[in-house]
Each structure stands twice: as structure tokens, then as C-alpha cells.
Write a new protein. Structure first.
Length: 162
């Protein structure tokens, strides 16, 4: 999935678009709250900024329904990219649920996600450390040319993408 975010002056809040299911909406709220706290603690944004701005998260292909928690770290990264006004590295994919404490939790379907990344010429995939054992189930010809970065905390994700 590709994600987009923007902000504009207005009341405090988060707008979600792109046919997100309930689990994905919950995941986006967790990601936003973690990113907001991180941005304030690391002086990317002042608390007042969040009171005076609305943040919009969109997942393109709006006609296609999407659900699940595995885009959590991608959402956090998208928000931090917005708050820092800094672009994320190219040829990069990531998957992982995120907790309110910033832990990166395991996901399902790593093989399928890796195949999709390979088709899209992705060179690096950030995965939950708990899914590292699942790499053995992915054929070598699919893994060839891809670097996997196992992570346990969101801070490790951010260090890898900026």
C-alpha cells in the first residue's frame, strides 16, 4: 500500500480516507497518537500545532477496501515524514503492527507481501523482528536482491527510513 498525508489549518483532528476497514482505522489512530507524542517530545512540532491543524491520511485506490493492522509502522512513518517535512527513502517497503508504546508487532502474510514488493522492484523491506523466522518460508529467488531489516521498535524504523 502507498500512503499519503497532509495537514492544513483547522480544528485538531485526523481525517482518514481510502476505504479503510475498522481495524485499519484503529491502527491509524494508534499510529497518529504515537507519532504525535514522538513529534512533540523530539521538538518537531509544538503541542499547539496539533491544536490548530488537521492531519489527513489517505490510502490511494479509494475504491478498493483495505483492512488490518499491518500498515501501522507505515502510517507512523508517513506521519513523521509529514511532521519533519522530510521524504522517506525510495525503493523501501515496510510492514508491522504498532502498539501505543511503539513496539512493532508481528503480521501475517509476509511471503505474499514480499512477492508484491519484488514485483514492484522494492530493494528493502522493514519487518517485525518476530517475523524473522518466516523468511525461511520465502523462496530464495523471491528474496534475492531484497534486504530485510527486522525491527522491534518504531524508533528503529525511523532510523532506517530517514
Amino acid at each position: 500500500l502507498m500512503l499519503e498525508s497532509s495537514s492544513f489549518p483547522g480544528k485538531e483532528g485526523l481525517i482518514l480516507t481510502g476505504q479503510m476497514g475498522d481495524v485499519m482505522k484503529e491502527s491509524s489512530r494508534i499510529a497518529f497518537n504515537w507519532a504525535k507524542k514522538y513529534a512533540i517530545e523530539n521538538k518537531m512540532k509544538k503541542p499547539e500545532w496539533f491544536e490548530k491543524n488537521t492531519v489527513h491520511l489517505h490510502i490511494p485506490e479509494g475504491a478498493t477496501p483495505k483492512d488490518g493492522p499491518s500498515a501501522g509502522i507505515t502510517m507512523v512513518t508517513t506521519f513523521i515524514s509529514l511532521f519533519k517535512n522530510k521524504i522517506i527513502k525510495r525503493n523501501l517497503a515496510m510492514t508491522g503492527e504498532v502498539s501505543l508504546k511503539g513496539k512493532v508487532l508481528p503480521i501475517g502474510g509476509l511471503r505474499e507481501k514480499t512477492v508484491a514488493a519484488k514485483r514492484n522492484k522494492i530493494k528493502t523491506i522493514i519487518i517485525p523482528i518476530a517475523n524473522k523466522r518466516d523468511l525461511d518460508e520465502i523462496p530464495e529467488n523471491v528474496k534475492t536482491g531484497i534486504t530485510f531489516i527486522p525491527v522491534s521498535k518504531v524508533e528503529e524504523v525511523l532510523a532506517a527510513v530517514f
